[in-house]
Design a protein around this ligand. Sequence first.
Ligand code: HEC
Ligand code: HEC
Ligand code: HEC
Ligand code: HEC
Ligand code: HEC
Length: 224
Amino acid sequence: MAWPPARIVRLLAVLAIMPTAVWAGFALTHAKIKPSIAHGPLIAAHADVACAACHLKTPGTVRQQVQAQVRYVLGLRQTPVDFGYAEVGSEQCLACHARPNERHPIYRFREPRFAKAIVQVDARSCLGCHSEHVPQIVTVAPTLCQACHEDLNVKNDPVDTSHERLVSLEKWGSCLGCHDFHGNHHLKPPTRMVEVLPAAEIWGYFQGGDDPFGGTKLYEGKAP
Ligand code: HEC
Ligand code: HEC
Ligand code: HEC
Ligand code: HEC
Ligand code: HEC
């Protein structure tokens, strides 16, 4: 038996996903059935954040989107369309979390000198290190600092084991024991290794547990 032409196969594939796409679009707009469609619950801090704060509608009516999708399937259009909702991006996060004191602003990492680092951790986007509908508040390993701070050398280093030495010993798990990432906590980094926060507490925080940095922030996310 001969295979049907590729175009027909693509059309069948689109028809097969259509009910799911329509259902997702419907569910996103109808509060009562929301939990049935989200992959998983929101992080606790976002319990009151509306779906629509992160999931923006794409422009165009459903009919226009279906037409555009058909044109794509027929090879008359270059890119497929999102069914009703655009991909979530950093702009949505920044609408509530833009902070003037940001220590690692995402735009900085678009510079070419970070090309190698962002292969390890995509620091150009909030979603390189965070997600939603997963139990973690941070989705990267606590050793992420290694991607950028390998040639660290702090002048008049006050720490009892110098930063240079920490790097040569590859103690990448220790960094978050003294520094937060965004610099958004009231936190004076300690100078003695005995004061480093235990790795388990940092890991617990990533998994949605207590904030080991004291919990007092310079800037809180905008209330929904
Ligand atoms: C704080 C931002 C945020 C909020 C609030 C949020 N989402 Fe999401 N959602 C995301 C991100 C980021 C992804 C993509 C990551 C993934 O695949 O899990 C996603 C993915 C999804 C997907 C999978 C489809 C896709 O585009 O990948 C569905 C369905 C979804 N969310 C539904 C919901 C519903 C329903 C709500 C409200 C209860 C909601 N979301 C609230 C950020 C959010
Ligand atoms: C409608 C506003 C709003 C949007 C949109 C939003 N957040 Fe939040 N977020 C909050 C609030 C409010 C809090 C709780 C106060 C705080 O910790 O700053 C919070 C807390 C957090 C926390 C800390 C969680 C904890 O347990 O300590 C993380 C991480 C976070 N948001 C990441 C994100 C990311 C990533 C996005 C984009 C996908 C996003 N937020 C979108 C309002 C928002
Ligand atoms: C390279 C990884 C990385 C990127 C990119 C990143 N974060 Fe984070 N984020 C972390 C880590 C690690 C923590 C936990 C340490 C801390 O609290 O600073 C964290 C904690 C947070 C928190 C809770 C603590 C606080 O500062 O209030 C919020 C909110 C947050 N991130 C929002 C964002 C937003 C919004 C973006 C995009 C503009 C973003 N993050 C980009 C790694 C990242
Ligand atoms: C994607 C690259 C990247 C990652 C990952 C990264 N940093 Fe940085 N960090 C930078 C850059 C760039 C600077 C600015 C240094 C400069 O201006 O010389 C910086 C600055 C800092 C500063 C000094 C901020 C100030 O007050 O000037 C601290 C502290 C710091 N990082 C800690 C960390 C820790 C801890 C981690 C891991 C949790 C980490 N960084 C992960 C790139 C990164
Ligand atoms: C025992 C606590 C401790 C540990 C562990 C530690 N630091 Fe530090 N770090 C400090 C202190 C104290 C300073 C001095 C500057 C200050 O007070 O902010 C500093 C300074 C820095 C600076 C320069 C900030 C500036 O203002 O110039 C960077 C970048 C930095 N640390 C990154 C890291 C990274 C990456 C790691 C992991 C290899 C790490 N630190 C481990 C305590 C620590």
